[in-house]
Design a protein around this ligand. Structure first.
Ligand code: DGL
Length: 267
């Protein structure tokens, strides 16, 4: 398939337990300016990080079915927790390309100069076999500190991205990693890029913060075999939420940075 300016002909479905995956959606939009993007925020069931794997898998399959009904050409599972738990089940049900996300432990381990990497993620992701494997494969000779961050997803879901309370909670997770020598921090949850200013405020300029969202968008482009389109036509986005509709209609445009039509998710 030739690389070039071919617009993506079918919608791309992107979803997360909530609004966090918008941090991935914006990278997908950057990589595919002309694509039709469908986004589902399963905010009515967030945080997934505190849920049982069977429940997460059930939600992932229900949302995949919703996307299938919209004839999406690919799904981006923009949730580390769901990717860690439900990826095999999703791939078994949905036969078109599925791109998942995982904490960027590999590049962090390559980049660290202090030899200590901190990973910020949900409790479920931190405890997952997938993360254990990443540490085992890529963390040789490096200390990888896994920090569960209960409460951060809820901050972003409520739209509380600044202020003393949010700053104190972020600091309570980041400070111990710095004290243990981490010079590289991995954002292992797609909600956390929205807290990046607070994280960087605690970490300071000498600490590198890694967000895997651009790598996920690049992987999607590779999987679509289309190359990055530079088509002048503007793409479109549609948003659905399983959470409070009035709240989502304020929060999603605020995080997305422009007007967004948000509908109630029917599943
Ligand atoms: N954005 C999700 C992730 O990347 C948050 C999961 C949750 O709802 O706990 O893991």
């Amino acid at each position: 398939m030739p690389h070039g300016r071919r617009p993506i002909p079918v919608p791309i479905g992107v979803f997360d337990s909530g609004v966090g995956g918008l941090s991935v959606l914006r990278e997908v939009r950057r990589a595919l300016p002309a694509a039709e993007l469908l986004y589902v925020a399963d905010s009515g069931h967030a945080p997934y990080g505190e849920r049982e794997p069977a429940f997460i898998t059930e939600r992932v399959l229900a949302i995949a079915e919703f996307f299938r009904a919209h004839d999406v050409g690919a799904i981006v599972l923009a949730c580390n927790t769901a990717s860690a738990v439900a990826l095999p089940a999703l791939r078994a049900q949905f036969t078109r390309p599925v791109v998942a996300i995982e904490p960027a432990i590999k590049p962090a381990a390559q980049d660290t100069r202090s030899g200590v990497v901190g990973v910020l993620a949900t409790s479920r992701t931190v405890a997952s076999a997938g993360v254990a494997r990443l540490v085992q494969v890529h963390g040789v000779g490096v200390r990888v500190l896994l920090q569960a961050c209960p409460g951060l997803v809820e901050l972003v879901e409520s739209g509380e991205l600044s202020g003393a309370r949010a700053a104190a909670l972020v600091e309570s997770f980041v400070r111990p990693l710095l004290n243990d020598g981490a010079d590289t921090l991995v954002l292992g949850c797609t909600h956390y890029p929205f807290l990046r200013p607070l994280i960087e405020q605690v970490a300071g300029p000498g600490v590198q913060v890694i967000d895997p969202a651009p790598a996920v968008a690049r992987e999607l482009v590779r999987r679509l075999e289309a190359g990055a389109t530079s088509d002048a036509r503007e793409g479109s986005e549609s948003f659905w939420t399983s959470g409070d509709l009035a709240h989502a209609r304020t929060l999603i445009p605020a995080l997305w940075g422009r007007a967004a039509q948000v509908l109630a998710l029917p599943c």
